[in-house]
Design a protein around this ligand. Sequence first.
Ligand SMILES: [Cu+2]
Length: 351
Amino acid sequence: MDILRAILALPSGGSTVADRIDLLHGFVITVTMLVSTFVFVTAAWFTARYHRKQDDQLTENVSATRGGEAVLIVGILSMFLLWWVIGFRQYVEVRDPPEGSEVVYVDAKQWMWKFAYADGRVSNDALTVPVGRPIKLVMTSRDVIHSFYVPGFRVKQDVLPGRYTTLWFEVKEPGTYPIWCAEYCGVSHSLMRGEVRALGADDYARWKRQGDRPPPDADCGRGPGSCGDTSLVEQGRLVAERRQCVACHTLDGQKHIGPTWARLYGSERVLADGRRVIADEGYLTRSMMEPTADVVAGYREVMPSYRGTLTAGETSALVELIRSLRDAPAPSGITLPRLEVTAASDGGTSP
Ligand SMILES: [Cu+2]
């Protein structure tokens, strides 16, 4: 495996999924190289051994046996199916962030990566994470399509304007791992680099105490310099007030013109057209940017679109706020939204 990595100039695998991905990669490459070498050698040998020696020489008619054909077809097919099964299982694992991952918001723009952590910290181009803990990135772009790629982790995900995509990884060893943008995004695309700094438990605790504070002039809703110690959830509350989301949504489980945000994250939503979707980051942001795309059953289409109005920072803060309310207790004496209610019985009543 290490020889193959050296030949292919692959960095050693820094994430928990990397080794298995390399194993499949190596398996496929080795088998295909062996088979193609065999085909080339056989062809060369046949050319030398059986070339036509006289003008009237005829090739014998060779017919395959049924058994031989069956072995070939079943053998090759099962080889491809085996790769598919291994690859599919890895794909599911790579796409599905484990419960309890730590979330970091990523905002890509020409030509840099901005990271926002749940406690309100921000940093540019350097993503600091603990080792041994799953990290989930919730990513969007401010301008064009970028792609977040950490070769050392064997993970890559497109980052799109107006949409939120996710990616997760867990780092095995402390160290720094380069981040590349893997989607051509303009003249300085090749300079759009960053690094993941993976820290051991002690270093990480130290970084949490002192590293990367928000820039002193950042604005968290109370004017320049107000970010200080404001956590992302706190910022989300301010944004929800400033942007008037709370005119239609409540945070405490009460039904209003729109559904409550309490216990929304991670729940299954029943939509007006009968679809059922899980309220993840992608769904939440789509609800803000394209409210008519997924209308919740029992509600009217009155929510305005916030595409182009909400900044990526504000959107992350709102998502983090809604995430923080996932386990909100049910308020006493108040009935939580019943999703079966019909649109007619529900048109914008507030309790
Ligand atoms: Cu880019």
